[in-house]
Write a protein that binds this ligand. Structure first.
Ligand code: ADP
Length: 215
């Protein structure tokens, strides 16, 4: 199962990716998490990416394409993957088409979690995240329910970076969906309901009917 996951910052992508990962046993490849790991390790790439992420901008296409070329060839991707955060621009989408062709693979579905702008801003303001497992929590929460780690605010969830992140997403990434619409691969999911309702819509979109029990 090769899936692409789309949704603006705050759309609930991470939650649905976790559901899909435990359901199908395929890796969740989140380019934002990969970049934050590089930043945490202080690698050369991390040093280059840090100010771009902090300002809510995008990392150059060439860097991202190289990162994904390496990652999709790793053995854990043999049975499929959930790609979250890539491709975010048309050149990235074109490069991924070439890579998928080289790998002899194709996409099963492109899922787009749709949430309106006012709701996105509401969800992102004050959102907290577990630095260990990346689960997100509402403002005021102290520690992660899953592992007890003290929650932090993502640098790019701070007020000044939120609006630019959403704007660049709408401007550069929403057009990428048209690239996949021409192949009839896109399913739009209403991202406003409860987590379980949204999960059911996701499962229906990928041809797996029925209820999902959350793990
Ligand atoms: P969100 O979708 O909530 O903004 P992510 O964790 O997916 O957050 O990404 C965080 C940041 O990482 C982005 O704002 C961007 O700076 C960078 N990034 C992630 N993926 C890409 C990509 N494919 N191309 C360019 N920049 C990227």
């Amino acid at each position: 199962m090769n899936l692409l996951l789309y949704g603006a910052p705050g759309s609930g992508k991470g939650t649905q990716a976790n559901m899909l990962r435990s359901k199908f046993g395929i890796p969740h490849i989140a380019t934002g998490d990969m970049l934050r790991a590089e930043i945490a390790h202080g690698s050369e790439l991390g040093l280059q990416a840090q100010p771009l992420l902090a300002a809510g901008g995008y990392v150059p296409d060439g860097i991202m394409i190289n990162m994904i070329r390496g990652r999709l060839r790793e053995p854990d991707c043999a049975r499929g993957f959930i790609l979250d955060g890539f491709p975010r621009t048309i050149p990235q989408a074109e490069a991924l088409d070439v890579l998928m062709h080289e790998l002899g693979r194709s996409f099963d579905r492109v899922l787009y979690l749709k949430v309106d702008l006012a709701e996105l801003l509401r969800r992102l303001s004050g959102r907290l995240v577990c630095p260990e497992c990346q689960r997100t929590y509402p403002p005021g929460t102290k520690s992660c329910q899953a592992d007890g780690t003290r929650l932090v605010q993502r640098e790019d969830d701070k007020q000044e970076a939120v609006q630019p992140r959403i704007e660049i997403y709408l401007h550069k990434t929403i057009p990428v969906l048209d690239h996949y619409r021409s192949e009839d691969l896109v399913s739009e999911i209403d991202g406003r309901g409860s987590i379980d309702e949204i999960s059911s819509q996701v499962m229906t979109a990928i041809g797996q009917n029925g209820q999902v029990s959350r793990k």
